[in-house]
Unconditional design. Structure first.
Length: 305
């Protein structure tokens, strides 16, 4: 088996050489082959993953060693192929991936299972597509991290401050095909120029370094969980933040502010044609109109045993 480690160039050659050395030492204890590929440009991780998938199929495993952007790109490169993917959970880096999957001692311990993806305008999302305040936080946080690299993920915590300093009122229109939880019947969830603070369309439960808008989300059920939070003031938002992170903010705990639904497809758009304030897996997009659907069992994923 070939294990293809795709990583962003790591700041500091010493750190990079250390990581590669540790990976190489791992594979001295097995008959498997390790390959390290460094990305050189935006979208390169997708290209690398697609190339190996086409050449080796299920004879290789792609290991994601980067942030959310790398995970997102690799998912797009492997969607619909036989090649499985490994990536870490909340803190995605070389160390965590290697330790979690037993690669250090040569006793690789995972099962391969197919999971759903969210298809949006032809692109693929593995975890969460969201709109509103967290996209602003991500945008500002990325700028801060670019200027002050040593802050790391703390840059995004800092970015929360200017976002929350303003009223959390944005607009979006949507028409979503939902499933009634009790009867299983379809219904349309529609609104034009909805005043909202945040909307999360969740294939997975967690995103953004640990926030949990959909604790009951299942990766292979052909559905996504939706959490829609109405526009609000900072005073209204503060009591909700901790519960939203812990997976406890829903239409039962905040009935006036949150609507939950289960869906399989839908559409979001801006009435004035401006770009949607949204992102998928932490990657911003500039669509003014977006169609999405669940693409069932489109990606093979490695799960820790």
């Amino acid at each position: 088996m070939k294990y293809v480690f795709i990583m962003n160039p790591i700041a500091g050659n010493k750190d990079k050489e250390q990581y590669i050395s540790r990976i190489k030492s791992t594979f001295r204890m097995s008959n498997d082959e390790m390959i390290v590929e460094e990305t050189q440009y935006g979208g390169h991780a997708k290209d690398i993953a697609a190339e190996y998938a086409e050449k080796y199929g299920d004879g290789c495993v792609v290991v994601s060693c980067g942030g959310d952007g790398t995970v997102h790109e690799i998912a797009n490169g492997l969607a619909g192929t036989k090649t499985p993917k490994i990536y870490g959970a909340k803190k995605i880096n070389v160390e965590n991936v290697i330790k979690a999957f037993g690669l250090y001692d040569g006793k690789i311990k995972y099962d391969v299972k197919p999971i759903d993806l969210i298809d949006y305008n032809g692109e693929k999302c593995i975890n969460v597509m969201s709109f509103g305040l967290d996209t602003l936080v991500e945008t500002i946080g990325r700028k801060i991290a670019g200027k002050v690299p040593f802050l790391g993920h703390q840059a995004y915590n800092i970015a929360i401050v200017p976002v929350l300093a303003k009223p959390l009122h944005y607009n979006i229109s949507y028409d979503i095909t939902c499933i009634d939880r009790e009867t299983g019947e379809e219904y349309q969830f529609r609104e034009v120029n909805k005043d909202f603070a945040l909307c999360a369309v969740c294939n997975a439960s967690f995103y953004g370094g640990g926030f949990c808008p959909a604790p009951d989300s299942v990766l292979d059920d052909g559905l996504v969980e939706i959490a829609l939070i109405n526009g609000m003031s900072i005073k209204e938002a503060l009591p909700m933040i901790g519960k939203y992170s812990a997976g406890e903010a829903n239409e039962n705990t905040f009935p006036k502010q949150i609507t939950n639904a289960v869906a399989k497809s839908g559409k979001f758009w801006m009435e004035d044609g401006s770009p949607l304030l949204g992102n998928c897996d932490g990657e911003n997009f500039n669509y003014s109109e977006l169609d999405f659907k669940v693409e069932e069992k489109a990606l093979r994923l490695c799960f820790i045993k």
